[in-house]
Design a protein around this ligand. Structure first.
Ligand code: NAD
Ligand code: MG
Length: 390
């Protein structure tokens, strides 16, 4: 029986994780859950999974949550302290880090320092403070299992092989809803168009990141740290069918790929049950019904965010944190109609241009770079001339 803490249990990854837990009551038990805004769902999850502890991001939400939990025996906590308490609650053996954005960093770090293994969905952790987190993982002797489908695919494709035999990690990307939209039409696309992902059903922020391909840029940075891979050995292929989730190429010319129906429950289940496998509820793949598996090089003019991510990785240290923060500000501004789709990339680039790269020695310094990126992007955002397209 593996005892779990789910950070961000009310989100897309959190809900899928709980579906797997519900299907395997003999294998997994929930010790703690956390959420932010969706109190009804959190209360429902608490009633169903009976954790010892539940935490919300904002202490002001506690009275409303208590009201929804009349008669339920659960300890409630809030704020950064509460999220860290949930991550390190007594008995937790694995934390599923599924909070979105940089809010996920400190609770994940607290779990590592408590010697708890991590199933990592929150890619911003490694983007913002990759080398610091990987040092923590090594120093505290914990295991970090990727949940992101591409990294799970790479993880599965390198098992049993020697690192020195790898020549390339090939991350696949669907190309999102604008893969074939004429470039001059991109200035008109709406939030609804951008949220209309062809293959994956995900949270709003990551869905916009998939449309701009910043998601793939963040994943290149994530792969750099997870697999200790130099940036020039990580490439991206557009694969619109999202059947091959990523590949690893070896010195003998062989390429090993992992395939499956695009459903996050498969990589989540593998992270939860490694080295075993459990049923995940994902529809098996019927290769005979697939008429085509195609691959393209990404068009860097169409997807400038991907180039910005490689640039941030090249400049290193504080730059990826600043880029990630600027992206969060830009996506939020786009989702709320304050900037246009094309302004997402230009806002990130302007913020990066304004940043002087400096060394990052701690998570606190990474969070400081994150705050700098957020406030600078916020200021630059106000100066952008916008048209509203919702
Ligand atoms: P989501 O928006 O659906 O859910 C986010 C969760 O984080 C919710 O439980 C929310 O309550 C919580 N949260 C939000 N802001 C918070 C804050 N300030 N403090 C504490 N909690 C907060 O997001 P998601 O799509 O489930 O993604 C979660 C993470 O997993 C992201 O980092 C994303 O990049 C990564 N990821 C998601 C997918 C996917 O398919 N959804 C795939 C790969 C990686
Ligand atoms: Mg992914």
């Amino acid at each position: 029986m593996k005892q779990l803490a789910i950070l961000g249990s009310t989100g897309s990854i959190g809900v899928s994780t709980l579906e797997i837990v519900a299907a395997h009551p003999d294998k997994f038990r929930i010790i703690s859950l956390t959420g932010a805004k969706n109190l009804e769902l959190l209360a429902h999850q608490i009633r169903q999974f009976r954790p010892k502890l539940a935490a919300v991001a904002d202490p002001a939400e506690i009275p409303a949550l208590k009201k929804l939990l009349t008669g339920v025996d659960v300890e409630l906590a809030a704020g950064e302290e509460g999220l860290c308490a949930a991550a390190t609650a007594s008995g937790v053996q694995m934390v599923v880090a599924a909070i979105v954005g940089s809010a996920g960093l400190l609770p994940t770090a607290a779990a590592i320092r408590a010697g708890i293994d991590i199933a990592l969905a929150n890619k911003e952790t490694l983007v913002t403070a990759g080398h610091i987190f990987m040092d923590l993982v090594e120093n505290y002797g914990v295991r970090l299992y990727p949940v992101d489908s591409e990294h799970s695919a790479v993880f599965q494709s390198i098992e049993g092989h020697r690192c020195q035999d790898i020549t390339r990690i090939i991350l696949t990307a669907s190309g999102g809803p604008f893969r074939e939209t004429p470039i001059d039409r991109l200035k008109e696309v709406t939030v609804q168009d951008a949220l209309n992902h062809p293959n994956w059903n995900m949270g709003r922020k990551i869905t916009i990141d998939s449309a701009t391909m910043m998601n793939k840029g963040l994943e290149v940075i994530e792969a750099r740290w997870l697999f200790d891979a130099p940036p020039d050995k990580i490439s991206v292929n557009i694969h619109p069918q999202s059947i091959i989730h990523s590949m690893v190429e070896y010195i003998d010319g062989c390429v090993i790929a992992q395939l499956g129906t695009p459903d996050m429950k498969a990589p989540i289940a593998y992270a939860l049950s490694y080295p075993e496998r459990v049923s995940s509820g994902v529809k098996p793949l019927d290769l005979t019904t697939l008429s085509d598996l195609s691959f393209f090089k990404p068009d860097m003019q169409r997807f400038p965010c991907l180039g910005l991510a490689y640039r941030a990785l090249g400049e290193g240290e504080s730059m990826p944190a600043v880029m990630n923060a600027a992206n969060e500000v830009a996506v939020d501004a786009f989702l709320s109609g304050r900037i246009t789709y094309l302004q997402i990339a230009s806002l990130i680039e302007k913020t990066m241009d304004a940043h002087q790269v400096h060394r990052l020695g701690s998570i606190e310094e990474a969070l400081e770079a994150d705050r700098w990126g957020r406030s600078t992007a916020g200021e630059i955002c106000k100066t952008l001339k916008t048209g509203r397209f919702i």
